[in-house]
Design a protein around this ligand. Sequence first.
Ligand code: 13P
Ligand code: SF4
Length: 328
Amino acid sequence: MTAIPANLSGLDLRAEIERLRKERNAVILAHYYQRPELQDLADFVGDSLELSRKAAETDADVIAFCGVKFMAETAKILSPEKIVVLPDMEAGCSLEDSCPPEKFAAFRAAHPDHIALTYINCSTEVKALSDIIVTSSSAETILQQIPADQKIIFGPDRHLGGYLSRKFNREMLLWPGVCIVHEAFSETELLKLKAQHPDAPIAAHPECPPHIVNHADYVGSTSGILNYAKAMAGQTLIVATEPHIIHQMQLALPDKTFIGAPGADGNCNCNICPYMALNTMEKLYVALRDLEPRIEIDEQLRLDAKKSLDRMLDMASGTVGKGDLGNR
Ligand code: 13P
Ligand code: SF4
């Protein structure tokens, strides 16, 4: 974990971050799973596809990425001339950890007639070994552009891959990775909650296992779930994804009620992403002040990884972070 100097106590962190944002010509990007105070001061809050697009488009000199490492690396791959800082360099992802590049390379080599369609939640090395990157917003649009007879490896999220495979009746070789956060939802507790709120629909992220997704009225990316909340007729929604997204829902829809789906102990704290939670106001301030910790990527590796990301951005054009996975 990034060390924080002890002498920050008397500082008005919000004001200091504002000052540094201007001085550095920095843009602050935040994912929906970030702490509310980070979402509130970000220039832009979004899902993985929207954040990638913002990182590619911005004319800022510095990108301060409030998210996890693969997201900040994506920003650096797409905007190499910019300084990209991540408040805590330990902010990883269980999906990335599940897919070491050497094992993925061996798996690919064992299936030379397959293309690799890879979820953005992976290392830069795995992106460089892949043909096309997808996010949960863009996966469906992109999969539908791949000829039906083309064999596909899908990694590293077996639940997103399995969901797409079932929905499109399309066989894919699935890498066995999971998101520890979405894996923690309990079907028993979800059904108890549903019994208490029978009229409330359930919206789930496709990183959830089938025993959760199968109960969902809507399945989609974080921005897809947010848009579903805005469009739904009812007043109450059960949300099966990382609960920090509820902050944006409450800001946009103060009169509606959002209930986080529970984990096995009936309490949804186990569904807070421990990696996303590493970023704090203090660490963001230090990152803007020192321009560290900074993302650096070997240039050849960056160019190799950029090919699969560029294909995603091309193939997903027209996809408006709306969670194209849509209704089950
Ligand atoms: P999206 O925001 O693209 O839905 O991704 C969710 C996620 O797991 C980020 O780590
Ligand atoms: Fe990774 Fe899951 Fe955390 Fe997203 S929520 S960063 S997929 S561990």
